[in-house]
Design a protein around this ligand. Structure first.
Ligand code: ADP
Length: 668
């Protein structure tokens, strides 16, 4: 029988991953005319990557080891669908020599290096030995076999404190300990070994000099099966938290042209030492001047898009072409840097609560359009659930511009215009980070985030006139939408009561703050809002994309709002705000729960019907508006359900307690 060829042309690709990277790989596969197969767990049945692929195979239960990490099931999924190749993305199986071997044995192309290359580079200790022999600069350290404490203590003393203990099999910053004095060494070794054993089933550690004011600089490389190997410049990923990257950029603002050439040459030497085939990254720690090899990752990295944006190369396309057995299309001197790119990782986590992961349903996902210089790689959309089973990264916002300053400004705008509701994200933290003056000036090191945490997690700003006006506009907009009107003013467009000056009082509370009243007056002449002792001309209109234009005191501005029952999320030019809409009639959610009959809280006149019989209503959806003593009160669905009946019409004068509508809860 012919031995299978590791690299050859294929037409159907299985993507053994989930989230944004699966989506991103599928996109390029499709552009190249390949058909794609997604795999998924029970937790991901409705996920974006499943929807995007041509075919999809359920692997098993949500836990990664029952699904995404289960080699047998992944190979079986490829066999079943006739996929001839597997792209592992990053994480999960991407650096598993066992998986690469299993693909080879099943005559499936593994889009990546050979098992031998993965093994050679998979151990931090082993790869450092290899790099030492190849003449790649290393951090001074000990990466030998002996592991007894006496040897480790002697070596640490020789290196000089502070030192870094690392799990040889490590990844994701696990099993790493900074040790500042000999007296702390023994305890640090014990705990690093314990963590390494639990995480990787291997407690071998190595010791490195802890580089002062460390920066992280890495070089993208790619090799083909014809002996060509290119470096595609460097990325700087110094903004980290707990040794995990948060912001990445390319090129590094720290290197000048000669240092850039030196680090790229070192990376080519490193990858050349194993005749590397595929995309990979050589990582270096740097003191801002010299660079020292720390490890190689034999896969695509999360942060690869910044390299793509400055080189114009689609790295996934190149990975696939290498897997086809093609030669790389460019020579080293044809690869050029154009401009600057910077990426931010959007996580479902709460920076104010020690970055606790946030799980739940994404109720709103609103990202800006991918215009010139802005790219958004997302693995989720509105309605998706963020489960506790996987990495909490939701998306990456990536910006390109001719200069670093402009790229940062563009990134910040992309972050500012991304609205996520339902779960907590680190987006405001990312904005604070990329606009920090130390980041602009590039006077940072890998400990920067930890030190500046307070400044990076600011308390929300106080809502002012603009936000209160926005809140009123958002409520009116929602009522207009509910009534089926296309924009305009509800008080003109649907059968409102005879003209005359009318008022409507709104009250809002921000957090634990005091109630703030806003009085809307309309009817005769232009509408106004009274806020405190100021009376401001007011107008609003809906835009097609779900945003709202507000004109307050002669200034027109765009706002984005989400109304969830009595909770308002508003984004104005001042930032993001959350307000509670205080119901003047005490119709708090608690009191309404279980009440399927919507009754008049006080005697009044029905002035607008805002929903149709039979309509499906979200909790808090507007049903009708009652006017009580020239003040309007919108009655809302107390729970999600169907509007079973409307028992009144516009113009009806109703007594307190009279039933006006009936809602049937969903699922009843
Ligand atoms: P992991 O594989 O767990 O991610 P790495 O070896 O890549 O571990 O290191 C993670 C991060 O720790 C690096 O990005 C770098 O910022 C920092 N780091 C690693 N080695 C050193 C060192 N010797 N001195 C200072 N910082 C280091």
């Amino acid at each position: 029988m012919d031995r299978p060829k590791p690299y050859r042309r294929f037409r159907k690709l299985l993507i053994a991953n989930r989230g944004e990277i699966a989506v991103r790989v599928i996109r390029t596969a499709r552009a190249m005319g390949l058909s794609s197969v997604a795999v998924y767990s029970e937790a991901d049945a409705g996920a974006l990557h499943v929807e995007m692929a041509d075919e999809a195979v359920l692997l098993g239960a949500p836990r990664a080891r029952d699904s995404y990490l289960n080699i047998e099931r992944v190979i079986e999924a490829a066999r079943k669908t006739g996929a001839q190749a597997i792209h592992p993305g990053y994480g999960f199986l991407s650096e598993s020599a066992e998986f690469a071997q299993a693909c080879f044995d099943a005559n499936i192309v593994f889009v990546g290096p050979t098992p031998a290359m993965i093994r050679a580079m998979g151990s931090k200790a082993g790869s450092k030995l290899l790099m030492e022999q190849a003449g790649v600069p290393l951090v001074p350290g000990y990466h030998g076999d002996a592991q007894d404490e006496a040897v480790l203590a002697r070596e640490a003393a020789k290196i000089g404190f502070p030192v870094l203990i690392k799990a040889s099999a490590g990844g994701g910053g696990r099993g790493m300990r900074i040790v500042r004095a000999a007296s702390e060494l023994s305890a640090a070794i014990t705990s690093a070994k314990r963590e390494a054993n639990a995480a990787f089933g291997n407690d071998h550690v190595l010791i490195e000099k802890y580089v002062d004011n460390p920066r992280h600089i890495e070089v993208q490389v790619i090799g083909d099966s014809h002996g060509n190997l290119l470096s595609l410049f460097e990325r700087e990923c110094t903004l980290q938290r707990r040794h995990q990257k948060v912001i990445e950029e390319a090129p590094s603002p720290t290197l000048d042209a000669s240092r850039r050439e030196a680090v790229c040459a070192a990376a080519r030497k490193a990858a050349g030492a194993v005749d590397y085939v595929g995309a990979g990254t050589i990582e270096f720690a740097s003191d801002g001047k010299e660079v020292f090899f720390i490890e190689m990752n034999t896969r695509l990295q999360v942060e690869h898009p910044v390299t793509e944006l400055i080189t114009g190369i689609d790295l996934v396309e190149w990975q696939l072409r290498v897997a086809f057995g093609e030669a790389l299309p460019l020579k080293q001197d044809q690869v050029k840097i154009d401009g600057h790119a910077i990426e931010a990782r959007v996580y479902a986590e709460n920076p104010a609560k020690n970055f606790m992961p946030s799980v739940g349903k994404i109720r709103t996902w609103h990202a800006p359009n991918e215009t010139e210089g802005l790219r958004i790689d997302a693995g989720y959309r509105g309605g998706d659930a963020v489960s506790p089973y996987y990495d909490a990264m939701l998306a990456k916002v990536i910006a390109w511009a001719p200069t670093r300053d402009a790229a940062i400004a563009r990134l910040n705008r992309g972050l500012t215009e991304t609205d996520v509701r339902g779960i907590v994200t680190n987006i405001p933290f990312l904005s604070a980070l990329v606009t920090h003056p130390a980041v602009a000036a590039n006077v940072i090191d890998t400990g920067f985030i930890e030190r500046e945490l307070k400044a990076l997690t600011p308390a929300p700003a106080a809502a002012g006139e603009l936000e209160l006006g926005a809140a009123v506009a958002a409520i009116l907009g929602e009522e207009a939408k509910a009534a089926g009107a296309q924009g305009g003013s509800p008080w003109q467009s649907f059968g409102w009561m005879p003209v005359g000056q009318r008022q409507r009082v709104f009250a809002f509370r921000q957090g634990q703050g005091a109630e703030q009243k806003v009085i809307l007056s309309y009817g005769k002449g232009p509408a106004t809002l009274a806020i405190g002792d100021r009376v401001l001309p007011f107008a609003w209109s809906m835009t097609a994309d779900g945003t709202c234009d507000l004109t307050l005191d002669g200034v027109k501005s765009r706002i984005f709002a989400v109304i969830e029952g009595h909770e308002l999320y508003l984004r104005t030019s001042n930032g993001r705000f959350e307000l509670h809409w205080v119901d003047p009639f005490g119709g708090d959610d608690e009191e309404l729960v279980g009440e399927d009959k919507i009754a008049a809280p006080l005697p009044g006149t029905v002035v607008a019907i805002l929903a149709e019989e039979g309509a499906k209503l979200d909790k808090g959806a507007a049903i009708l508006t009652l006017e009580v003593m020239k003040m309007e009160q919108t009655l809302r669905a107390p729970f999600a359900g169907v509007l079973k009946a409307i028992k009144c019409k516009v113009g009806d004068i109703v007594q307190e307690g009279v039933e006006l509508a009936e809602v049937e809860p969903t699922g009843a």
